[in-house]
Design a protein around this ligand. Sequence first.
Ligand SMILES: Nc1ncnc2c1ncn2[C@@H]1O[C@H](COP(=O)(O)OP(=O)(O)OP(=O)(O)O)[C@@H](O)[C@H]1O
Ligand SMILES: [Mg+2]
Length: 350
Amino acid sequence: MKEVFDREKEIEQLKGSLDSPLILLQGLRRMGKTTLILSLLNSLRKRYIFLDARSFESREYIAYKDFLSVVEREINGKIKRFQGLEKFLSRVRGVTVTGFSISLSWDGENRVNFLDLLERINEWGEERGEQVFVIIDEAQELIKLRGYNLLPSLAYSYDHLSNLHLVVTGSQVRAFSGFLKLENEESPLYGRAYVKVELGSFDRDTSVQFLRKGFQEHGIEFSGGEEVYEELGGNPGWLTFYGYIAVKRGFDGALEETKKVARRLLRREILNFLKEGNRLGSRERYERVLRTCKQGCTWSDVKGSLEALEGRKINDATVMAIINNLMDYSYLVKTEQGYELADRLLSEVP
Ligand SMILES: Nc1ncnc2c1ncn2[C@@H]1O[C@H](COP(=O)(O)OP(=O)(O)OP(=O)(O)O)[C@@H](O)[C@H]1O
Ligand SMILES: [Mg+2]
């Protein structure tokens, strides 16, 4: 697995969990979720279907036909690697096979049922004695899917399709509570056991080595890792972007450029978080806490800084609720001393 730096612990965890019917891979933007799961499965020569829900990010809602076209494109891209899969799929109502290409009907009586596809893919795996991984990348976007309820199909797959393994990536609350609703008794997936692997920022040392190695590959001896870590923190995505810009356009302005891009992405995330939880009214409070926790914070730092913001006493329950919400979304992580930001640049979003 040449592209993945470090992450040994997470890779071991994932490797040890590949028999599980449901794996959750959790992490904030750019932490390396997609890279990690794809390079692991590629290096193990595992078969997978990769459903990229991120592509729906800017949509207000997703029509079933749009979801099916993502599925269709992915299967067509992979079908040669799944020898004979087209024969299995040709038995599904609404599927037309032409040579090595399938097309999925989304209209009327003949509309393809996603679950039928899963069943046939599972049969294919069964016949060949192979596991097939169905990766739903950034699953939270699928909350917006209309006209088809995915959860019963996923639950059926979990319970009955033993050659299929679901890998769901996303940020904790949005993907796992919001979409899969694993803790909701009403949800078809309620009570199912799963394995959760969490990707956080690199620590200081790892970040410094990561940068050094990256630059070395371009023939550059880089000794500024400490400073870059101070500014960007250890999100491998930002570090990678920084390296890319520095190699392409020189070091001048590379940090600022990276921060600009990171801030834009993180701002969108935070805005979603505020909107989804009807928290827009408390926006200033949340932003204040993120700033306060830039270099780590304690509960009383948070309380003090909120009180300074509003010029009045804030009760403990309110402080706790804000901290808990930020932790639920993996923005804030508990440490021995108190809390720290999962991604240092969250402090610069406001
Ligand atoms: N462990 C790693 N080793 C090398 N590069 C990494 C690692 N983790 C992340 N990267 C790089 O960081 C960038 C972001 O990674 P990736 O797209 O996998 O993250 P993600 O969590 O899926 O992000 P997003 O939330 O945008 O989907 C990529 O350019 C990737 O190559
Ligand atoms: Mg990704």
